[in-house]
Design a protein around this ligand. Structure first.
Ligand SMILES: [Zn+2]
Length: 128
């Protein structure tokens, strides 16, 4: 069955179905990271503060002390953003040229917000 919504403005077939796969991948990754953060938190924080703000502060300190925690938290925020974009139907669109990012690229780099062409241009630009 052919769905005209699968074709973008350049007439290329867009695999909307692939986002479901990416979404599942992201959600699995999110759970894995949440578990990892729990373990890091458990390792670095001995007791539990009653105050939620103190707990948050302790967690923050612990994460600053632990590069792994920082990395996991950063990735979690990227995952949250990507999932939000999938929900809002803005996922997979290049932020520079607003064209669809090929799903093959998204599967390899689920957090990519630029198409290969724009990402390459950006790299050249920032490299000076
Ligand atoms: Zn682009």
């Amino acid at each position: 069955m052919f769905n005209p919504e699968w074709v973008n403005h350049r007439g290329l077939l867009v695999e909307k179905q692939a986002y479901t796969e990416i979404q599942e991948l992201l959600m699995a990754k999110r759970e894995e990271l949440a578990n990892r953060l729990e373990r890091i938190k458990g390792n670095l924080i001995g007791g539990h503060s009653a105050d939620a703000q103190e707990q948050a502060q302790e967690l923050e300190n612990a994460e600053v002390a632990d590069a792994l925690g920082n990395e996991a938290r950063l990735e979690l925020s990227k995952i949250a953003r990507a999932l939000e974009q999938i929900k809002n139907d803005t996922y997979g669109t290049c932020v520079s040229c607003e064209e669809e990012i090929p799903s093959e690229r998204l599967k390899a780099y689920p957090f990519a917000d630029r198409c290969i062409r724009c990402a390459t241009a950006e790299e050249i630009r920032t490299a000076g």
